[in-house]
Design a protein around this ligand. Structure first.
Ligand code: ZN
Length: 309
């Protein structure tokens, strides 16, 4: 069976109960994208699946994965993998939206991964420190970072065992003391799998390109003993500063200068105290979760005392 055919069969399996579509139809659509439009197969598959989801009026996480595979966290290297994982709940976070029942971090010996459990999936409550066998979870990707989604097809079985979770996340509490250059409104290379930040409109790999706007902050958190470099992606930057991508672009257009965005962000967040949780990536911590500890820019006697110890 060809690669395209295999993908078509898998997609067909996912929609066999909801849509009247043949494997040949699906293969034709994939073929057009891959051969005529030179779209990479994984992207073509995602696009075709999206089309059928629209036709079926379904959400992506309602899809059954066909057959899921036994895996470890370290095996996760693509979106839309359907997996069975045996993991321990390491941390639970406050959901940001009513549509999310639980969100947090799970892990096994090989590492940790963020998980999201949707409210509408109506699954049992997970407790911190407990090990579960999760059947049929689906992976997702956002800006190169992977997570797993527990969905309505997921099975959850509590196991009476413990796991020594591989530790690749850190938690830092401290004052945001600096925002480095390359923060605020930036442009990224649009080439597939590149996403490098452009310098004067140039990608170091692909030369002059028409970049895509993005938001990020490269910040420095001081926990009183040492400083940590932290990267906030677009979502985290918006949460931190209240400035979204559209607003940032408008600000830059009004001022004819992208730097105003970083300047405005500095005035909002510098000197405030945050708790940041996320994996380490080289010398950076990637901020998965942020909690504002104090809005006080004015000196707080307790914190100053703690910091001077
Ligand atoms: Zn590039």
């Amino acid at each position: 069976m060809t690669d395209l055919r295999q993908h078509a069969v898998e997609i067909h399996e996912q929609f066999s109960e909801t849509l009247d579509v043949s494997v040949d139809d699906i293969e034709d659509r994939l073929e057009t994208l891959v051969s005529d439009y030179r779209v990479p197969i994984e992207e073509a598959r995602r696009s075709v699946v999206s089309t059928y989801l629209d036709e079926a009026g379904m959400e992506r996480d309602e899809l059954s994965g066909g057959t899921s595979q036994e895996a470890t966290v370290a095996d996760i290297d693509a979106p839309e993998m359907w997996l069975d994982l045996t993991v321990k709940v390491v941390d639970l976070w406050e959901p940001r939206s009513d549509s999310i029942a639980q969100v947090g971090l799970v892990g096994d010996e090989s590492g940790t991964v963020k998980f999201t459990k949707w409210a509408k999936s109506d699954l049992p409550e997970l407790s911190e420190g407990t090990v579960y066998r999760l059947g049929n979870v689906v992976t997702d990707e956002y800006q190169g970072r992977f997570s797993i989604k527990l969905n309505s097809t997921t099975t959850i079985e509590e196991l009476d065992t413990d796991i020594e979770v591989g530790d690749d996340t850190t938690e830092i509490e401290g004052a945001l003391v600096d925002i480095q250059s390359g923060s605020g409104l930036i442009k990224r290379c649009p080439e597939d799998d590149c996403t490098r930040v452009l310098q004067n409109g140039r990608c170091s790999e692909h030369g002059d390109v028409d970049g895509e706007f993005d938001l990020r902050i490269k910040g420095v958190l001081d926990d009183g003993e040492e400083v940590h470099e932290v990267i906030f992606d677009q979502e985290a930057t918006e949460e931190l500063t209240g400035i979204g991508l559209e607003e940032a672009q408008q600000m830059a257009m009004d001022a004819l200068d992208t730097e105003v965005v970083a300047d405005e962000m500095r005035t909002t967040v510098l000197g405030r105290y945050y708790r940041v949780v996320g994996p380490t990536f080289g010398r950076y911590v990637l901020a998965d979760e942020i909690e504002t500890l104090t809005d006080a820019v004015d000196p707080d006697p307790v914190l100053i005392k703690a910091r001077s110890l």
